[in-house]
Design a protein around this ligand. Sequence first.
Ligand SMILES: [Zn+2]
Ligand SMILES: [Zn+2]
Length: 504
Amino acid sequence: MATRFQPLLPGLWLYPDTCHVYVLKFGRDAVAVDFGSGRWMKDLPALGIDRVSDVFLTHHHADQCAGLEPRRTRPFTVHAPAGDEPYLDPKMLRSHRHAMRQLPYHAFPRNYRPLARGLDAISCDMHPYREWRGQDLCLRFVPTPGHGPQAISIVTEFNGRQLCFCGDAAHAGGTIWEPFNLEWDHWTGTGALEAWQGIERLRGIGLDRLLPSHGPAIASPPASLLRTLSARLMRLYRAKGSICAGEKDHFLRAEPRPNRARQYLPHLYQFDENSYLLISATGETLVVDPSRAHSRAMAGLIQELGVRPPQVILATHIHSDHCGAMMALRKETGARICLHPRVAAPLRQVDRQFYLYAPSTPVAADELWPQIGTWRWQEYAFTVAPWPGQTWWHCAFMTRIDGRKVLFGGDSFMPASRWNGTGGFCALNNSRFRTGHMASARLAIRWQPDILANGHGAVFRFTDSRFRRIIRWAQSAEKAMQDLCPTGSLAKDYYALTGFDGRP
Ligand SMILES: [Zn+2]
Ligand SMILES: [Zn+2]
């Protein structure tokens, strides 16, 4: 009988399913590592196996275990990493989904490959550094986070060889299957650092074989593969650190106003978390990045200065803390929403497509800017352009205010002491290196603004040196991520979920 099972050692097979399923045979019985779709079970008679007693899941991703989902009694026990209950238990999954749907924005997912319904009746009893004994076998559990914070590698001795079933902690060539899984949030290196620790743990064990969930099984001692992978994970962790190491913050003085608003220039005010009020000579006003509907700070400024309510509302990027209040403010004041096409396009369809941190209800622009060009309001001429960095869906606009060139830059770049000098990069924001951070840094150097008026109250002086450092960082950060891609292609591996479209 033809079977897709591939023999690895006497009594040990690999079945290429949605993930690799490894089967270890004991007489007519067997134990399996990961489950995939479950198709492999039909081929067991070809191996002389009548019964599977236990299945061990290395982590909770759907490709490892979706075949277990249909509710039914199973003739075997399913073991999963301790702490994975919230990702596996059907009730907990349902309540998490419900909570996510209540949010007014698209939150960062806690799991990139979630199960549709969840698994009933499983034992989350694979505790780090504990062991399981049965079937003349001792399995030891080593924490190797990465594809999930609780992911486990299983170390055992079988047929005279020391084996490690490492799930997605490592992949052939010292890479990581779907490396975006190392991004546990939109900006820190936590996932990369935890993954590095896990690989360091495996490096301390004299392994003969490394048996990952995807890609080729490693038939020779994996010491050099793990050394390479460890160094790469540390490089990624460093890339997630400062993007302009050594740069000063270049503070800018401001006059405090009521409601924690601040005046930076005679005609420029900053208020709430992310917002700016620009005033024209005629007393008309324009708002950038409204983060709050019915803002007391904005109303206070308008009253104090004796100016008119906003006529125009602008946004630097699609994140809800920068544009989530636009529709409410438009309704409140009758102001027009003017957007850059790169920001407007996703905001039109946020109810139909996932865009990280975008509001969950659409924003409709009354006027679209040119991709690159000039847009005028009152006496101000704004130079506008895409400004990808923290997210691909980001723009910048610069105008002269009280004799100073002010660039409104949202979240793409920050002072060095703020979040490593960056709003972060992650695959879900479609953050790019060469065509993102680097291109935007070059544009800043060309535009030579005096002041960067960014999000989160970060108003600081422009320096060439910051952006030269960012250009160098983008080169090394791109390489750090690319080196971890199994195919060597960021488009195929890193942007697999967001659909890298290759646009410049
Ligand atoms: Zn996985
Ligand atoms: Zn943002």
